[in-house]
Write a protein that binds this ligand. Structure first.
Ligand SMILES: Nc1ncnc2c1ncn2[C@@H]1O[C@H](COP(=O)(O)OP(=O)(O)OP(=O)(O)O)[C@@H](O)[C@H]1O
Length: 262
């Protein structure tokens, strides 16, 4: 994989561990994500997908994120090792993060409109309400939620709708880097393909890194897949190339799952 130094997201030989834990959960991982060249991350449970995504989304050990133990990660040209608190706060405005089970972190007592707009007003409490409304409507449209939900309370929505609200919230600042963890968990089979195709579109204009559950989801988003096993890359490339030439037992198992589902 080519590694331009000014890539939107550049992960080079990165090793990560959780604060207070001696064991590395991501080991020597390298890839580049750019607008038009998304990365999907696959791997069994516990393989390090969320840990890797949390680091790219600028989470630090202070807010429960991982610690970089080796290699480097740079986001929009900023080396995370050298990122001070103020620079990190500024950079966060350009990085959207839809966390795994993000819907569970939403405040159920606020309206959908307020939940999605929160990142705008967190950044600038005096931001124009009308303009914020336009941004919120655009974000809801991208995740295929109707504007009819705007005034409903988050707790009134289905889990799948809440999942999309949390994705809309990650999109509302029109981030240049979008980090999405398990985007269609809890979504029904009618909505899930629409959200995946929305992600594919989003990945054309910004750097997208998405952890997904299946090769089918990776294919729907497109770009390059990396397969993690115990924190190491055991397959990398377009998903069908990876499955056609499995270099690891887990990749072979993934390929078999696909065949039996076909
Ligand atoms: N906050 C934490 N503190 C310590 N260890 C953690 C923490 N979060 C995750 N881990 C451990 O790190 C390893 C990787 O977890 P991670 O959540 O990154 O995997 P994952 O591939 O995203 O799994 P899943 O598919 O279940 O979401 C696991 O062994 C997990 O137990």
């Amino acid at each position: 994989m080519t590694e331009p130094t000014n890539a939107a997201v550049r992960v080079h030989d990165a090793s990560l561990a959780h604060a207070g834990s001696p064991s590395l959960v991501v080991r020597g991982v390298s890839f580049v994500a750019e607008p038009g060249a998304p990365i999907t991350v696959l791997g069994p449970t516990g393989s390090g997908k969320s840990t890797l995504l949390d680091a790219i989304a600028l989470q630090t050990p202070e807010d429960g994120g991982p610690e970089l133990h080796g290699g480097s990660i740079s986001v929009l040209g900023h080396d995370l090792r050298r990122l001070g608190t103020r620079a990190r706060t500024r950079l966060l405005a350009f990085v959207g993060h839809a966390e795994q089970r993000g819907s569970e972190h939403l405040d159920g007592t606020v309206t959908v409109g307020d939940a999605v707009a929160a990142p705008i007003f967190d950044r600038d409490p005096r931001f124009d309400r009308g303009e914020a409304g336009i941004a919120v409507a655009g974000a809801l449209d991208r995740v295929r939620l109707s504007l009819g939900v705007l005034d409903r309370h988050v707790f009134e929505l289905s889990r799948g709708q809440r999942q999309r609200v949390s994705l809309a919230r990650a999109l509302v600042l029109d981030p240049r880097v979008l980090v999405v963890d398990d985007p269609i968990s809890g979504l029904d089979p009618v909505v899930a393909p629409a959200v995946l195709s929305a992600l594919r579109e989003l990945g054309d204009s910004r750097a997208l890194v998405a952890a997904v559950r299946t090769p089918r989801q990776a294919r729907a988003i497109g770009g390059t897949s990396i397969v993690l096993h115990r924190g190491r890359i055991v397959g990398a490339g377009p998903i069908d190339d990876v499955l056609a030439d499995p270099r690891h037992a887990f990749v072979a198992a993934l390929a078999r799952t696909e065949e039996s589902a076909a």
